[in-house]
Design a binder for this molecule. Structure first.
Ligand code: NAD
Length: 495
């Protein structure tokens, strides 16, 4: 049984609170590690470590910061397989999904490598006679990141590289479910040469999060997780005067128009709904089938589901692994039952799949004729359950998305360019896919939803990340013409 430590001021520090949380391998159901849950004093030590590192780090040249960021990027790339193994061991996702996660993490680090460009200010000469005005972007100080279980390597990289590139120091509180991958990333960060204390990792639960949100030396917090906690974190942090960006849950709709390529739409729906066992905030959980496409689409999805191989993520033949915990698996299965009771057609019932051993496996489910009053439609299930809502018209599908409280992503499948262009305008969501089911932006655009999928006014990573982790300082300067009588500037004279 492994004992996981905090990482404070560059040192591995054992927990002292006496409170712990078990870490499981979801494919076997066995406990593999004990995680310390920080007390207030341990959070304070991590913040003190970050605060102590801030002065020197914020003065470090852009050239040095860039060199360290490149070194970190290369170390993550060299260790991609080991990071992926840790993801599979504690999250359960299959190896290909885990490698994909690491690739997206690297994408974000690479954006931060361009920090000298991102931190360019702006300058106006001669705003008035002899007066120049320029804006520089200054770091905030110590910033905190609180991250979810579903992308334990990638989501911290939505935050840490940009925050540190801007001259801040960081305290990360990763999910307690799968802490080993973020710990390895933090160790590689130190190995790259970043000074101790620039990145600290403190493990914990609500106690740690609450302390980070009230600590007077924490200037800002980035959060990714479920909507109720995102809302709580936003309210608690901003009530203490902190800058907060809090990304919440999702219920992403994929609209399929009657003219769509049904084979492409079915392939996309299956990979977007069941990839990573549906535990993705950009997973498609609702197909809005418009008009007469529904029957053929449901049939095409069902055929593909029969071919999905569900098994341990370490088996390279597996398409889908287990869910993260036993409780979550049972909760997800409950939605299939409630949908059946509330009148949905259960086309494929994942509860009927049988698996050897005690892993947290669940088969894939497809629900048809789902309506907006059913629990399976209203709640974020966050598991391998896909609902089909039949819509008479395009306008009905757009209205369905608009009426949903979440607004993370939305996608449309069509061959009609005009309809696609209209959808990009009509879709009430922060990220839109056109014949792309999971429109996660690349690292040089920013990520974030609308409505209850985002609290705060800054989305995450990319240019918005730089904006979030800096504050502007505007300098207005006046210099009179050089006084040649007192300073010899070497100008030619008439003498
Ligand atoms: P979660 O909200 O349970 O936990 C997220 C973080 O908050 C964890 O670090 C956890 O320790 C902490 N936390 C949990 N309860 C808390 C409490 N009462 N007070 C303070 N902190 C608390 O989310 P999760 O189950 O780890 O992750 C899944 C959720 O994250 C889904 O809802 C998913 O949609 C969402 N998510 C959203 C995005 C996005 O970009 N919008 C990305 C990934 C995941």
């Amino acid at each position: 049984m492994q004992n996981i430590c905090h990482l404070i001021g560059g040192q591995q520090v054992a927990g002292t609170s006496g409170r712990t949380s078990p870490v499981f391998n979801p494919a076997t159901g066995t406990q593999t590690a004990v995680l310390p849950l920080a007390a207030v004093a341990e959070v304070d030590a991590a913040v003190a470590g970050a605060q102590a590192a801030f002065g020197e780090w914020s003065q470090t040249s852009l050239a040095r910061r860039t060199a360290l960021m490149f070194a970190f990027r290369n170390l993550v790339a060299e260790n991609a397989t080991e990071i992926a193994k840790r993801l599979t061991a504690e999250h359960g996702k299959v190896h290909a999904d885990a490698m994909g996660e690491v690739a997206r993490a690297i994408d974000n680090i690479e954006f931060a490598c361009g920090l000298a460009e991102h931190l360019k200010g702006s300058h106006n000469e001669a705003a008035s006679s002899g007066v120049d005005v320029y804006t520089v972007r200054r770091p905030l100080g110590v910033v905190a990141g609180i991250t979810p279980f579903n992308f334990p390597a990638m989501v911290p990289m939505w935050m840490v590289p940009n925050a540190v590139a801007c001259g801040n120091t960081f305290v990360l509180k990763p999910s307690e479910r799968d802490p080993s991958a973020p710990m390895l990333m933090a160790e590689l960060f130190g190995e790259a040469g970043f000074p101790p204390g620039v990145l600290n990792v403190v493990h914990g639960d609500k106690v740690a999060v609450d302390r980070l949100l009230e600590h007077p030396d924490v200037q800002a917090a980035s959060f990714v997780g479920s909507t109720p906690i995102a809302h709580y974190v936003y309210a608690a942090g901003t009530s203490k005067g902190k800058r907060v960006q809090a990304l919440g849950g999702a219920k992403n709709h994929m609209v399929v128009l009657p003219d769509a390529d049904v084979e492409l739409a079915a392939d996309s729906a299956v990979s977007a709904a069941y990839g990573s066992a549906g535990e993705r905030c950009m997973a498609v959980s609702v197909v809005a089938a418009v008009g007469d496409v529904a029957d053929s689409l449901v049939e095409a999805i069902k055929l593909r589901m029969e071919k999905l191989v569900i098994g341990p993520g370490t088996d390279l033949g597996s398409d889908m692994g287990p869910l993260v915990t036993r409780e979550h698996r049972n909760r997800v299965a409950g939605y299939v039952g409630s949908a059946a009771e509330q009148g949905a057609t259960v086309v494929v019932d994942g509860r009927e799949a049988r698996f050897d051993g005690d892993g947290f496996f669940l088969g894939v489910s497809l629900l048809d004729n789902v309506t907006t009053d059913m629990d399976a439609y209203r709640d974020e299930i966050f598991g391998p359950v896909l609902s089909v809502v039949r819509c008479d018209t395009y306008a009905d599908a757009v209205q369905l998305i608009a009426d949903n409280p979440y607004g993370n992503g939305a996608a449309i499948f069509t061959r009609d360019g005009g309809a696609a262009r209209q959808f990009q305008e009509d879709a009430d969501a922060g990220m839109v896919g056109i014949n792309v089911p999971i429109p996660v932006p690349v690292g040089y655009h920013s990520f974030g939803g609308w409505k209850e999928s985002l609290f705060g006014d800054t989305t995450m990573y990319g240019p918005e990340g730089i904006r979030f982790y800096t504050r502007p300082k505007v300098i207005t300067s006046r210099w009179p013409e050089p006084a040649t009588s007192t300073v010899n500037l070497g100008f030619p004279t008439n003498e």
